[in-house]
Design a protein around this ligand. Structure first.
Ligand SMILES: Cc1cc2nc3c(=O)[nH]c(=O)nc-3n(C[C@H](O)[C@H](O)[C@H](O)COP(=O)(O)OP(=O)(O)OC[C@H]3O[C@@H](n4cnc5c(N)ncnc54)[C@H](O)[C@@H]3O)c2cc1C
Length: 399
């Protein structure tokens, strides 16, 4: 008998869009539901992100995942996005600022046999100089394959597939398995906006044998309130990006993305001219989406350490209410800092999968993790190592 290849994905951010695409490319028919009218309404609405790997001399699990993940994201970008407009493979300079509390292990220049070869090198004098830095005793790193990317363009391209239907204003309120069909039935609050009368809602339902939860920072609430399950230690981390246009900036800004103490990216084309982005703040257990002057000040102070010349060049703009802009979003993170990927509970919740807790690196890892989710839904073995698969498991029992 032909397999029933219908799936509903709850959440229209990068996690949901990537899962939908991974399944649609394998012949599945996928509905993506989101409370918001359009995709990228929450964390994935960050105006710009950096795609790079987490460099660790001992090549920990996050390094392995991000190194493989960025290959997926960049391969998709090369094929479906406009280079220079939606993304740019500028390379990423990763600053390793001295931290007396947590001294960093020295980085050895990788040999051809090293997993880091072609991924991470010691930064050269010309790269440091282009960022306004000097090369004395520098332990800064250069990621030649690193890039910046616009998440909205990425998500739109992922959703652009004949087998994917995006349904905005569809908030999933409850779900249960039909004893008759064995399918999941979702009760959906369909928000409606009526001109001059405000907003209202009706209720609809959708059914499918397979469900993927891709609900970002709302995942703990969804687990608790919809599935009556523990939240697996998932927690919110609020972040504010400070950004502005290049309009009154006369000093040169780095021609590539810079990471390491917050991040900084300039020369990004927008409808209003070139823009720069700095941040983001990192407020654990905070789910606020309110922007604040304190967060702007924090981003400015960190930029002063990350890139003193760029901070100096932007000093006047940072003091201007009209020229400094903010964007705030909430990441979802897990205790071990790795995404949560796969089935929730194959007995009690058969057919329900999850891709969440993408933390601060969702743009880098979501497309690869979505392939893992699709493999698991299709009953295929994961291509990830056993250690990584185990660390990413959705462990409701031991939460
Ligand atoms: C400030 C900031 C900067 C970042 N910078 C980078 C970066 O430089 N590089 C990088 O790789 N990553 C970065 N990230 C991380 C990345 O943006 C996130 O990991 C990623 O966007 C999370 O995607 P998601 O799809 O899991 O969640 P979200 O984008 O939050 O999407 C979840 C969606 O689920 C919907 N939803 C929730 N509950 C329901 C429900 N009951 N019914 C229907 N819909 C529902 C929500 O409306 C939302 O649209 C950054 C994040 C932030 C906040």
């Amino acid at each position: 008998m032909e397999a029933d290849k219908r799936c509903i994905v709850i959440g229209g951010g990068i996690a949901g869009a990537a899962c939908a695409r991974a399944l649609a490319d394998r012949g599945w028919h996928v509905k993506v539901l989101d409370t918001a009218p359009e995709p990228c309404a929450a964390a994935s609405g960050v105006p710009l992100g950096v795609v790079s790997c987490h460099a660790s001399p001992d090549d920990n699990l996050l390094s392995q995942l991000t190194r493989a993940g960025m290959q997926y994201t960049l391969a998709f970008a090369r094929k479906h996005l406009i280079e220079g407009q939606d993304w740019s493979p500028t390379g990423v300079l990763e600053r390793r600022l001295a931290d007396t509390d947590h001294p960093k292990k020295p980085w050895q220049e990788p040999t051809a046999e090293s997993v880091w070869f072609s991924h991470v090198q010691l930064a050269k004098a010309e790269q440091l100089s282009a960022a306004g830095l000097n090369s004395d005793n520098s332990q800064d790193l250069w990621q030649p394959q690193g890039a910046w990317i616009k998440p909205l363009a990425l998500v739109r391209a992922l959703l652009s597939h004949d087998n994917i239907q995006f349904l905005g204003l569809h908030e999933v309120e409850s779900m249960q398995k039909s004893p008759a069909t064995g399918e999941w039935q979702l009760r959906i609050k369909h928000h409606i906006s009526i001109p001059s009368m405000g907003s209202s809602h009706t209720y609809t339902s959708e059914t499918a044998p397979h469900i993927v939860l891709a609900t970002g920072a709302q995942t703990p609430d969804f687990l608790n309130q919809v599935l009556y399950e523990p939240h697996m230690g998932l927690h919110p981390i609020s972040g504010q990006v400070s950004w502005g246009l290049h309009t009154h900036v006369h000093e040169p800004l780095p021609p590539f993305a810079v990471n390491g103490h917050g991040s900084f990216v300039a020369h990004v084309p927008t409808a209003n001219g070139k823009a720069w982005y700095s941040g983001a703040t990192f407020e654990r257990n905070n789910a606020s989406t309110m922007h604040s002057v304190q967060a702007h000040a924090h981003n400015q102070q960190r930029l002063t350490q990350l890139l003193p010349q760029a901070a100096q060049a932007l000093h006047a703009q940072w003091s201007s209410n009209s020229e400094l802009h903010a964007w705030v979003g909430v990441r979802c993170a897990s205790v071990n800092r790795l995404p949560k990927v796969g089935p929730l509970d194959e007995k009690r919740l058969a057919g329900v999968h999850m891709l969440s807790a993408l933390g601060s690196r969702g743009l880098t890892t979501a497309l690869l993790c979505a392939e893992y989710v699709a493999d698991q839904i299709e009953g295929r073995p994961l291509t990830a190592s056993e250690a990584l698969s185990k660390a990413m498991q959705c462990d409701l029992e031991n939460a």
